[in-house]
Design a protein. Structure first.
Length: 202
C-alpha cells in the first residue's frame, strides 16, 4: 500500500524554464519597443513577433515550437538560440516523464502483489487488479468508495492505525493484519506502507 499526499512538483523544473523564457522575452520586448520608437525600425518588431509567437506556443503546450534560423543575427539570434535550447530541454523532460509514467503504469497493472494508493485523508485513489481480486470488490469504483481511516473494517483490523502512523512518522511501516472485506472476503495480509512526500505535505 502506498500512502501519499497529493503533489504537483513533477513539472516544477519545466515550469521554471517556461517562466524564465517569458521573463526574458518580457524584458526584451520593453527594450525593443523603446528602440523601435527611437528609430522606427520594423526589423526589430518582426523579430520580437517571432520570439513572442514561439513563447506563446510553448506556453500553450506546443513544446515543438522553435524560432530556428528565422532570427539568427545579433542579440536576437543569441536569444532565439537560447530559447530553442530551453524549449528542447523542456520537451525532453516531458518525454522522459511520460516514459516513466508508462513504465510505472505497466508495473502497477501487472504486479502480482496488491498495490493500493491512499491519499492523506485516507481515501483510496488507485488499486491494481491484484488488489481488486484480493478484496473481492466488484469494481475499482466500489473499492475507491472506502476510506481506510474511517471504515470499520480497516479500524478493527489495525490497518487504519498503521496508515496514520506511516503518515505521522514519514517512515515505512510493515505489519501483518487479518480483515474481512465488505464483500465477504476474509484475508490475512502482509502490509508494506510507504509514504510519498512528507508529513507536512498538503
Amino acid at each position: 500500500m502506498v500512502v501519499s499526499a497529493p503533489a504537483e512538483a513533477a513539472m516544477a523544473p519545466a515550469d521554471a524554464i517556461t517562466w524564465e523564457v517569458l521573463r526574458s522575452l518580457g524584458g526584451l520586448t520593453v527594450m525593443a519597443l523603446f528602440a523601435s520608437w527611437l528609430v522606427g525600425s520594423r526589423w526589430v518588431m518582426r523579430r520580437i513577433d517571432l520570439l513572442l509567437a514561439a513563447a506563446e506556443a510553448v506556453g500553450a503546450g506546443d513544446l515543438s515550437a522553435r524560432v530556428d534560423g528565422r532570427c539568427s543575427d545579433g542579440e536576437f539570434g543569441r536569444l532565439a538560440r537560447a530559447f530553442d535550447d530551453m524549449a528542447e530541454r523542456l520537451l525532453r523532460r516531458e518525454e522522459a516523464l511520460k516514459a516513466s509514467e508508462n513504465r510505472y503504469k505497466a508495473l502497477f497493472e501487472n504486479a502480482p502483489l496488491a498495490i493500493v494508493s491512499v491519499d492523506a485523508l485516507g481515501w483510496i485513489m488507485e488499486a491494481n487488479p491484484a488488489a481488486l481480486s484480493l478484496s473481492g470488490a466488484p469494481s475499482l469504483a466500489e473499492l475507491k468508495s472506502l476510506n481506510v481511516f474511517e471504515n470499520p473494517v480497516f479500524i478493527r483490523s489495525g490497518v487504519a492505525e498503521d496508515g496514520r502512523r506511516c503518515l505521522a512518522t514519514g517512515r515505512e511501516i510493515v505489519s501483518e493484519r487479518s480483515l474481512e472485506s465488505r464483500w465477504g472476503r476474509t484475508v490475512t495480509i502482509r502490509l508494506r506502507l510507504r509514504p510519498i512526500g512528507t508529513p507536512e505535505s498538503p
